[in-house]
Write a protein that binds this ligand. Structure first.
Ligand SMILES: NC(=O)c1ccc[n+]([C@@H]2O[C@H](COP(=O)([O-])OP(=O)(O)OC[C@H]3O[C@@H](n4cnc5c(N)ncnc54)[C@H](OP(=O)(O)O)[C@@H]3O)[C@@H](O)[C@H]2O)c1
Length: 231
C-alpha cells in the first residue's frame, strides 16, 4: 500500500447532531466568522471532497472566497482554489452543477466500476472520471489522490462520506462546528450513520481544541498520530 494524504473532516451541525434540515432551503449552520475560518482551512488544502448527494442538494462552488488567500496560493505555484473531488455510485450528476462549472481547478469524479462508462459519457468533458471500485473503495481513492499530488485532503461531507472516512480509520483530524439551535426532525441528515467507529467508550478521541467563534463553537479532534502534520 502506498501513502495517503493527511485527511481532515469538517462539518457544521445542530445541537441535536443534524447536518441539514428537511426543506429544500439550505440550512446555514455557521456564521460569517466561521465561514471565513473554513475558507482558510480550504486554502491550506490540496483538494476538497464532497459526496454526490451534497453536489446535487447544496450545489456548492467549493472555491476560495478570500482574494488574499487565492493570491497567496497562486504565489506558491498552486491554482487559486483546491482541486475538487466527488464520489458517486449512480453517476447522476449534472455537468452544469457549480462543482464542475465554477473555477478552473481540476475536478475528479471517483465512480463505481459498473457506472464508469456512463459517468465518463456524462461528465468526461468537465471532469476526470476515475473507476474507484465497486463500490468506490476509500483507501484506494486516498492512495490515488496522493499519487495525483494531494497531500492534504479536506472532506466537507455529507454524512455518508464522514461515516465512511471515520469507519475506515482514514481521518487524521475532525473539525466539528456546533450551531446554537436544534433541527428536531429525524428525517434530516445526521452527522454520521450507524457504523463501527474507531473511537468508542474504550478508545476516546483526543480533544485538541475548543474555540468559540461568535455564536458557534469549534471542536477540533486529533484522530491519528499524524494530527497537525504539515501545518
Ligand atoms: N453541515 C455541513 O457541514 C454539511 C456539509 C456537507 C453536506 N451537508 C448536508 O449533507 C447532506 C448530504 O449528505 P448525504 O450523507 O446524504 O450524502 P453525501 O455524503 O453528500 O453523498 C452520498 C453519495 O455519495 C456517493 N457515495 C458515497 N460513498 C460512496 C461509495 N463508497 N461508492 C460510491 N458512491 C458513494 C453516492 O452517490 P450517488 O447517489 O450519486 O450514487 C451517495 O449517495 C445534504 O443535506 C447536505 O446539505 C452538510
Amino acid at each position: 500500500m502506498g501513502e495517503r494524504p493527511y485527511i481532515l473532516l469538517s462539518c457544521g451541525m445542530s445541537i441535536d447532531g443534524y447536518l441539514d434540515g428537511v426543506t429544500d432551503q439550505r440550512l446555514l449552520l455557521s456564521n460569517d466568522a466561521d465561514f471565513d475560518r473554513v475558507d482558510g482551512v480550504r486554502a491550506e488544502s490540496d483538494a476538497i471532497l464532497v459526496g454526490a448527494e451534497t453536489v446535487r442538494r447544496d450545489n456548492p462552488r467549493l472555491l476560495i472566497r478570500s482574494e488574499a488567500r487565492r493570491a497567496e496560493r497562486v504565489a506558491r505555484g498552486l491554482s487559486p482554489s483546491p482541486m475538487k473531488v466527488t464520489v458517486t455510485a449512480e453517476a447522476r450528476l449534472n455537468p452544469c452543477a457549480q462543482f464542475f462549472a465554477a473555477g478552473d481547478s481540476e475536478k475528479l469524479v471517483y465512480c463505481a466500476s459498473d457506472t464508469f462508462d456512463e459517468a465518463r459519457r456524462r461528465l468526461g468533458t468537465v471532469a476526470t472520471v476515475i473507476d474507484g471500485g465497486q463500490p468506490v473503495d476509500l483507501h484506494r481513492m486516498a492512495y490515488d489522490l496522493y499519487e495525483r499530488g494531494v497531500n492534504r485532503l479536506m472532506v466537507e461531507g455529507g454524512g455518508t462520506m464522514h461515516t465512511q472516512f471515520l469507519t475506515a480509520d482514514l481521518a487524521d483530524e475532525l473539525h466539528l462546528v456546533l450551531a446554537p439551535f436544534f433541527v428536531g426532525d429525524s428525517r434530516a441528515r445526521r452527522f454520521v450513520s450507524d457504523g463501527d467507529f474507531p473511537f468508542n467508550p474504550e478508545r476516546r478521541a483526543t480533544l485538541a481544541e475548543v474555540r468559540q467563534i461568535d455564536d458557534v463553537v469549534l471542536l477540533r479532534y486529533a484522530l491519528s498520530p499524524r494530527f497537525g502534520e504539515g501545518r
